[in-house]
Write a protein that binds this ligand. Structure first.
Ligand code: PSU
Ligand code: MN
Length: 290
């Protein structure tokens, strides 16, 4: 059911650092073609950081760990978006399935991969409890022995509420050379992190210590190198438009991201690409230091 590429199998067996990368942002987070480019740049960044990239998705009834470039090209907007609940049906039905953070971490748990990178985590959607939309990402992070590097929580969500929930779930949020959780496109203004870290070795040591005392997942929040501020009015516009268009559930995040990419004249798209690749690089460094 799971096909792991030989280089990744070797790396896992030898205890070398492996960093999982998701396919939802490839298929649904960027305009056609652009997502694949971001995926390939992320893989190169993991290698530059000193670790082995493992891009994960479902193809032809198999969970593939270590997609080839040709295979990655099959992840377009027609792919299913797979949270943890969606993996089994996608496998049996032979569909192309792009894994979210939660879906990817479920595969990490099955294969022993301990590191991952993404852009921004899912979390509590604004307006909770109407609708009661909380991303499955958080629950899976809590249950998985993995460290995930992200630029915090996507700012189209309710970030303070998500920060509270991360605490409730016992998920450490380590600020990468910062005291506050990054706000996806923007570096500053988020809630406090649970601890600040200065080096990859320090983050790796905290992860190993957390796992040794029975903890699950950890988040490292890395601020974007170039902070894009003042996106909030556009986010509110996008969320109102999504509501008016009857967009709900899994479709909200891709809809809002593409609205922002279009209406910002590509500024959020460039920021999103850069933060994803930077997170992959840092995840590679932390995995290599572990
Ligand atoms: N980071 C990005 N773009 C994305 C995502 C993360 O920069 O598209 C994806 C991840 O797959 C994450 C998902 O798990 O968004 C969260 O979606 P939702 O809010 O529907 O749970
Ligand atoms: Mn949701």
């Amino acid at each position: 059911m799971i096909r792991i590429s030989p280089d990744i199998q070797e790396a896992i067996a030898a205890g070398r650092g492996v960093v999982a990368l998701e396919t939802t942002l490839v298929a649904h987070g960027f305009p056609p073609g652009e997502g694949v480019r971001v995926g390939l740049e992320s893989e190169a960044a993991v290698r530059a950081g000193g670790a082995i990239p493992a891009t994960i998705g479902i193809l032809d009834g198999q969970i593939v760990v270590g997609l080839t470039e040709a295979e990655l090209g099959r992840f377009d907007v027609s792919a299913r978006k797979l949270g943890p609940r969606d993996l089994a049906a996608c496998l049996v039905q032979g569909a192309v399935g792009a894994t979210t953070v939660g879906g990817t971490l479920a595969v990490c748990r099955a294969t022993g991969i301990q590191f991952m990178a993404t852009g921004g985590l899912g979390g509590v959607h604004r307006g909770w409890p109407t609708p009661p939309d909380v991303s499955a990402d958080l629950d899976v992070i809590a249950q998985t022995h993995a460290l995930i590097v992200s630029s915090g929580v996507k700012s189209l969500l309710d970030v303070p509420a998500t920060s509270e929930l991360l605490e409730t779930l016992g998920i450490p949020v380590l600020g990468w050379r910062t005291n506050t959780m990054p706000l996806f496109y923007s570096a500053l203004g988020g809630p406090n992190v649970s601890a600040r870290v200065e080096t990859a070795a320090e983050a790796a040591a905290i992860a190993k210590s957390h796992w040794a005392i029975g903890g699950g997942g950890l988040v490292v929040g890395r601020p974007p190198d170039v902070s894009l501020d003042n996106v909030e009015p556009l986010i509110q516009e996008a969320l109102a438009k999504a509501d008016a268009d009857g967009i709900h559930g899994q479709a909200v995040t891709p809809y809002v991201l593409s609205y922002l990419h279009r209406e910002s004249g590509g500024r959020t798209l460039a920021a999103n690409r850069e933060l994803i690749v930077g997170n992959a690089r840092l995840a590679g460094e932390i995995a290599a230091a572990a």
